[in-house]
Ligand binder design. Structure first.
Ligand code: R5P
Length: 288
């Protein structure tokens, strides 16, 4: 078994290798002067079971292209099986035709991975479970839920917690979270206004005086999160916390979290969080 890493998240790749007791295999990724990417596998992979770790993080297109080229290089080098490990599959959010003349890009990228030569995909907490079906190769769809739940159990008093879904789409996920924590749940009615803004209304469930724990697949601009925090505080909760598998934290996310009434945010290392994004409110767990 050999493990390679692209540029998006070498930290989790190294941690995975550490758990397995093997070294990360060398792969060189460079750029020609005309901006074309160049990937070279630096050891023999003939008939090997090979894994490449790459999250779809900023710059997403470059990271996807690195992965496609690496898969093709491994295939040309006669690897026996190529598994792509995509801790964060960002294009899972492009999963339906919700406007005229648009691409279902989550499916397109799945097709391209297969065309490049991926034999299997291992990913985590896709935005919607059904995105799994976009892939023509076997998918292991893992979840960070056990990691998040055990951290909550170990670090919070769960006796007054209500688990909160920011919209109806997240209800199933939050249902599993609330079952594992043995706490009640609530759902908020959300409408997306733009890429960075949402509007929320009715809270379905009893939240007054409770410690609200929001569960999300990802926190991107934190627009959803902050709107949920405001809705919950207006509804009379005692405190608000959040857990999300993917801490994308782009644009105004950190500032929004810092300036909001949320007390703590837990996320995982499916996405690398650089030092400039670290805040006292943020706890980073490993899912390696
Ligand atoms: C939306 O349906 C997702 O579950 C997340 O709420 C969303 O992707 C987060 O994006 P943002 O942080 O930009 O609101």
């Amino acid at each position: 078994l050999k493990i390679f890493s692209g540029h998006s998240n070498p930290t989790i790749a190294h941690e995975i290798c550490h758990h397995l007791g093997i070294a990360l295999s060398p792969m060189e990724i460079s750029r020609f002067s005309n901006d074309n990417l160049h990937v070279q596998i630096l050891e023999n992979v003939r008939e090997r079971d090979v894994f490449i770790v790459q999250s779809f993080t900023h710059p997403v297109s470059d990271h996807i292209m690195e992965l496609m080229i690496a898969i093709d290089a491994l295939r040309s080098a006669s690897a026996r099986r190529i598994t792509v490990v995509i801790p964060y599959y960002s294009y899972a959010r492009s999963d339906k035709k919700d406007a005229p003349r648009i691409s279902i890009t989550g499916r397109l990228i799945a097709d391209l991975l297969q065309t490049a030569g991926a034999n299997r995909v291992l990913t985590m907490d896709l935005h919607a479970d059904q995105v799994h079906g976009f892939f023509g190769v076997p998918v292991d769809h893992l979840t960070a839920l056990p990691t998040l739940v055990s951290h909550v159990k170990d670090n919070y008093d769960t006796s007054n917690i209500v688990a909160v879904a920011t919209d109806a789409g997240g209800a199933k996920r939050v249902g599993k979270f609330s079952t594992r924590l043995n706490v009640p749940m609530a759902i908020i009615d959300k409408r997306r206004v733009s890429d960075t803004q949402v509007k929320q209304g009715v809270v379905v469930g009893d939240v007054k005086g409770k410690d609200a724990f929001i569960l999300e697949d990802e926190i991107s601009t934190a627009g959803t999160l902050i709107s949920t925090v405001e809705t919950l505080l207006a509804a009379g909760v005692k405190s608000v916390h959040a857990a999300a598998t993917h801490g994308v934290l782009c644009g105004p996310a950190i500032e929004r979290i810092q300036n909001s009434g949320i007390e703590s945010v837990i996320t995982t290392n499916t996405v690398t969080i650089d030092a400039s994004k670290q805040t006292d409110k943020l706890t980073l767990l490993s899912v390696a």
